[in-house]
Design a binder for this molecule. Structure first.
Ligand code: F6P
Length: 486
């Protein structure tokens, strides 16, 4: 349980991520409130934090505001202050306009700016200091994602007593791409400060180990990397894949609620009761392949393979990183494409694409999943894609077809989905038609297998497996408390 060290509380489990599970929001009329943050990371970590008495260190989603520690929905929160300049250079700049595109196959060109790098170092140091202040002696600190890759090394230097884990929620690129990064060696060194570095896919862990071998020449064997320490003693770092998941049971529980099922029926009716509802749910991001999806659907309408009376595409694109150049441009492109298509094909009673630039509460998302006959996940590159797993978890009726990009990490596990290459528009069109026409027996068979995967490997299993590997690895060191034995 939390211990008091001087005035500030300290904890035996500290989770550090750029974004907190709640964002502070000021409405146009000045009303202030806390809202659940978007994205897969929060979905994945919330259950762990609610069941352990750790603390979550992160940014509250607003610039230049200082908040003291507080408890939200059973989770202890320690907010980190970021200035407007930090946000511009560390968050919008280095994190989301350098690392993000670089790690996602350079789908958008990464920008390299030295001032952004300096801000990244400065802000990573602040997160490391806050985490160190919150950690009791021998605590486990679990650092998350690409915004904080320098934190493990900084923490180790400040607090050699800590057990340090890092999990990368996004892909780790192959060496030919990673090598472009002017600070490629500093980032690797930052990560190697951890005892355990987790990745989504085996391929990501392999890419990381290869980069370490090529840029540092450290010996690697399987998942182990031997990092030379002081006085010739090696420190063993493990780089391994731990595919992230969701709290599948809680999604199914929501889906079984009568009011959510009623809402799903209502959605179908409001859409004019089409035979087939196709659904896309994404943060508005160029990695998600939203334009490829719209193009394929548009061609199906154009060549008469489907009609708006029979088939509607519902596309939820939740607002994301709205001040970053490529995101601003992408929104314009998507909305132009949606507007054109609707102008060409919608009728007064039937809309081709029902497009929503909003984030929705979880209940509404679950109702949408229930209403959708076909879920389209067409990412060009995605660390995991939890939307795919959410759709599967919700379908307790075992119906519904998941069309899934082979470039999403989820494709490594969800093999019974209809797997597609989103760059192959003809292939994507054929997959959509196949999903629409799939016989019920085949739908049930596939969904049953998908559900087994998602329920057997839920997010509790994911975090337990990561933390077990982390603490077992560190068990050679004395005095390390078990963070799961709260
Ligand atoms: O998992 C990828 C990720 O970037 C998380 O780190 C992040 O919290 C989420 O997607 C949403 O992005 P952002 O925090 O930039 O809004």
């Amino acid at each position: 349980s939390p211990q008091s060290a001087g005035s500030a509380q300290t904890y035996s489990l500290v989770v550090v991520s750029n974004r907190l599970p709640v964002d502070f929001e000021v409405a146009d009329d000045g009303t202030e409130s806390w809202r659940t943050s978007p994205g897969g990371l929060v979905t994945a970590l919330e259950p762990l934090m609610r069941s352990s008495d750790g603390v979550w260190v992160g940014w509250p989603g607003v610039a230049d505001r200082t908040f003291g520690p507080f408890v939200n929905d059973g989770i202890s929160i320690a907010p980190v202050r970021l200035s407007a300049a930090d946000l511009e250079d560390y968050y919008e700049g280095f994190s989301n306009d350098t690392i993000w595109p670089l790690y996602h196959d350079v789908i958008a060109p990464p920008s390299f700016h030295r001032e952004w790098w300096e801000a990244y170092v400065r802000v990573n140091r602040r997160f490391a200091e806050e985490a160190a202040a919150a950690a009791s002696p021998g605590a486990t600190v679990w650092v998350h994602d690409y915004q904080l890759q320098l934190v493990p090394r900084m923490l180790r230097e400040a607090r050699p007593d800590l057990v340090i884990g890092f999990f990368n929620h996004i892909p780790f690129p192959p060496d030919g791409i990673y090598a472009q990064l002017p600070w490629r060696k500093q980032i690797l060194d930052g990560l190697l400060g951890a005892d355990l570095i987790g990745f989504q896919r085996a391929a990501d862990a392999g890419n990381f180990s290869r980069a370490v071998r090529r840029l540092y020449g450290y010996p690697t064997r399987g998942v182990a990397i031997d990092v030379p320490g002081h006085n010739g003693v090696h420190r063993r770092v493990i780089a391994k894949h731990f595919p992230i998941s969701i709290d599948a049971r809680s999604y199914e529980e929501l889906a079984r609620r009568p009011e959510v099922q009623e809402r799903a029926r209502q959605i179908r009716e409001d859409l004019g009761n089409p035979k087939t509802i196709l659904l896309g749910v994404d943060r508005l991001d160029y990695t998600k392949g939203i334009l490829h999806r719209i193009k394929a659907f548009g061609e199906l309408l154009e060549d008469g393979s489907v009609s708006v009376e029979d088939v509607t595409l519902v596309q939820v694109a939740s607002p994301s990183r709205e001040r970053v150049g490529p995101y601003i441009a992408l929104r314009d492109e998507i909305e132009l494409a949606v507007g054109r298509l609707n102008g060409d094909y919608s009728t007064i009673s039937h809309t081709a694409i029902s497009y929503h630039h909003h984030g929705y509460p979880r209940e509404e998302m679950v109702a949408l999943y229930l209403a959708a006959d076909v879920m389209l996940v067409t990412a060009l590159r995605d660390g995991m894609n939890l939307v795919a797993k959410e759709y599967v978890a919700v379908r307790f009726d075992r119906d519904g077809v998941l069309v899934l990009s082979e470039f999403a990490g989820a494709a490594d596990e969800l093999k019974q989905a209809v797997l597609i290459n989103p760059h192959d528009i003809d292939g994507l069109k054929a997959a959509i038609l196949r999903a629409i026409a799939m016989p019920r027996q085949e739908r049930l068979r596939r969904m049953r297998a998908l559900r087994r995967k998602v329920f057997d490997n839920d997010v509790a299993a994911w975090s337990a497996s990561f933390l077990r590997t982390l603490t077992e690895g560190a068990a050679v060191r004395p005095g390390i408390p078990d963070p799961l034995a709260a």
